[in-house]
Design a protein around this ligand. Structure first.
Ligand code: CTP
Length: 130
């Protein structure tokens, strides 16, 4: 089974590792769409702290990850799922229900987020501790 998931993965943290390892346990191959710097800027009006190339190197180095690619548009999930021949789409439950429309081409699962951590929260915590 081929699994696909998506994210920014800026300031890589334990919540990211948890979801990637759990995603991998659904099959044999894990493919990760990492959002481009441009996509992040369009979505949030600021750039990730770690560049796409840095985020890509970190994610690619994980034992649970088999393949990575650049996600250039949030609207292209169907295209990516088809291109990478994915059987299962895994998303965090912050997206609960939002990708159910793709279940004509793959299984869609939402996994519980790890409690009490996010990139946004980390940025705030770092700011308070310096
Ligand atoms: N994720 C998770 N548990 C967390 C944080 C993230 O399972 N505590 C998952 C998200 O649901 C997503 C993936 O990790 O499937 C990548 O999430 P991303 O948005 O890059 O990370 P966040 O820490 O949520 O970043 P931000 O605060 O910028 O939204």
């Amino acid at each position: 089974m081929r699994i696909i998931t998506f994210g920014t993965f800026d300031l890589f943290h334990i919540g990211h590792l948890n979801i990637l390892e759990r995603a991998k346990s659904f099959g044999d191959q894990l493919i990760v769409g990492i959002s481009s710097d441009k996509l992040n800027f369009e979505k949030k009006q600021f750039l990730p702290l770690f560049s796409f190339e840095e985020r890509k190197r970190i994610i690619s180095s994980l034992r649970c990850v088999d393949e990575v690619f650049e996600e250039e548009s949030l609207e292209k999930k169907r295209e990516y799922i088809t291109k990478y021949n994915a059987d299962i789409l895994i998303m965090g439950d912050d997206w609960d229900g939002k990708f159910d429309f793709l279940n004509d081409i793959c299984e869609v699962h939402y996994l519980k987020r790890t409690k009490d951590i996010s990139t946004t929260d980390l940025k705030k915590r770092i700011n308070y501790s310096v």
